[in-house]
Design a protein around this ligand. Sequence first.
Ligand code: AP5
Length: 251
Amino acid sequence: MMTAIGQQTAWIKGAGAHCANEKPSARQVWRLVVLGPPGVGKGTQAELLCERLGVCHLSTGDVFRACRSLPPQERAPAINAALELMQRGELVSDQVVMNIIRERASCLHCGGGFLLDGFPRTFAQAIALDALLQQEGLTLTAALNYVMNLDEIVTRLAGRRTCAACGASFHESRRPPRVLGVCDSCGGKLCQRDDDRPEAVRVRMQAYQASASPVVAFYEKRGLLRSIRAEGLPEEVFRKTMSALNGTILS
Ligand code: AP5
């Protein structure tokens, strides 16, 4: 039932694009959102969850990074403005984010389920997602909320290296690639993300602190919140995630 990861064509490209291989319906369809500060390991856990549960990884940050690789004349003005905000570490406007999500609403029906990473990030986005899911006749299984102390977050972000070609993420010491500076998955060049510069990290943390609590409270009130300590190796955090999810009743 598990499908290969990396089939996010419809999500990354939008505008009615289709994934090459539609995912068959899984026996258990997980529909998850992942919350947590920058660098807590959301993307790393998302990769493991996609591999093991067959869900599709839907990251709003990945959509923006893919837009950056387009020539400027092919980007809508709203996207250029969003990329400038992102580079400074600020949040993109709710309106632009929601346009991106609505344009990709078909991904919410993915046969393998989905994992929304980095969205919703504000209370307005949480409300809008709730309305969109209702409109689409879908319900969330859980909201995973990763928590960790700030020092460890700074260490993780400072050492993160991302593949310029396929987006795979590594860490200089904690999760090193087999060959220094080279992606294990595709052989691409590993680089530091623009927004992992210390001045952008500070702005991202402030943006997170200002917007996160109402989102966390929103899911807590609905009984969907699963908070998980994110210290430890990725596999350990994954085990904690699965045990938090095992208490989740599927609808
Ligand atoms: P986004 O791409 O969503 O980034 P983020 O939330 O800042 O999260 P990161 O990708 O930085 O970290 P992560 O938690 O995924 O950590 P990772 O697994 O890589 O958003 C980027 C920007 O886009 C935003 O700032 C904003 O401008 C804009 N944006 C996106 N969505 C938006 C929205 N909805 N609304 C408004 N604006 C939006 O791990 C980090 C490092 O640690 C890696 O090197 C990894 O290898 C390592 N690591 C991970 N887990 C472990 C572990 N257990 N032990 C040791 N090392 C680990």
